[in-house]
Write a protein that binds this ligand. Structure first.
Ligand SMILES: N[C@@H](CCC(=O)N[C@@H](CS)C(=O)NCC(=O)O)C(=O)O
Length: 208
């Protein structure tokens, strides 16, 4: 049985819950209350090196980081979600966009909207005075603009005929854009891609 260490409001955890639903894999959830700092234990650190959710145990293997988990699950249970060779590089590039550009823009921007600024600053490891919300907004606009351009000419991010784990990686926070006060109508190709993902069999929405 797979065990997911999870928080219902986390977009990173949502990526994993969505993918498990899409591939029809059963799992049990363990709620880790990161907002109440319940992740900061030696026991959880043995599973997740940075004490972050999501983390997954699969038999005797512990995997942490949403992208590592998506790739682990696809390699083990759903290889159809991996891009074939000509597009493998593009798939990894868009996973990297999720782990870097989105994780440093839309993800923290949304955090500043859903928890207090003091709480957001704590989780981002900066003082509240250094919480650069305009910078997050600029970086968010930039990454969404790039994604929109890509999706205007390609149904799926890796350029494949079918969705790959790169789409699920980038969708995790794109699905929550409204919580960051983003008007998705400004990005019509992202809006259409989000709708294609919502139509996939087994789709589950964000949230508990
Ligand atoms: N690179 C990681 C980032 C995970 C992450 O940022 N997790 C947040 C919740 S969304 C967390 O556990 N924060 C609590 C903390 O850092 O103490 C991933 O993609 O899974």
């Amino acid at each position: 049985m797979l065990t997911l260490y999870d928080h219902p409001r986390s977009g990173n955890c949502y990526k994993v819950r969505l993918f498990l639903a899409l591939i029809g894999k059963d799992y049990q959830r363990i709620f880790v209350d990161v907002l109440a700092r319940k992740n900061q234990t030696a026991e959880f650190e043995r599973i997740s090196a940075f004490q972050q959710v999501p983390a997954l145990t699969d038999g005797g293997t512990d995997i942490w980081d949403s992208h590592a988990i998506l790739l682990h699950l696809a390699h083990h249970y759903a290889p159809g979600w991996l891009a074939p060779l000509p597009q493998t590089g593009a798939m990894h590039a868009w996973i990297s966009v999720s782990a870097n550009e989105i994780a440093n823009s839309l993800q923290p921007l949304r955090l500043t909207h859903v928890v207090s600024h003091a709480e957001a600053a704590h989780h981002l490891g900066v003082s509240e005075a250094l919480l650069d919300i305009p910078g997050m907004q600029t970086r968010t606009d930039r990454v969404l603009h790039r994604m929109d351009k890509r999706l205007a000419t390609s149904r799926w991010l890796a350029g494949t005929d079918a969705p790959t784990v790169a789409d699920i990686a980038c969708y995790g926070y794109a699905a929550l854009a409204e919580e960051a006060a983003i008007d998705i109508a400004t990005y019509p190709a992202i809006a259409a891609w989000r709708e294609r993902i919502r139509q996939l069999p087994g789709y589950v929405p964000p949230g508990p």
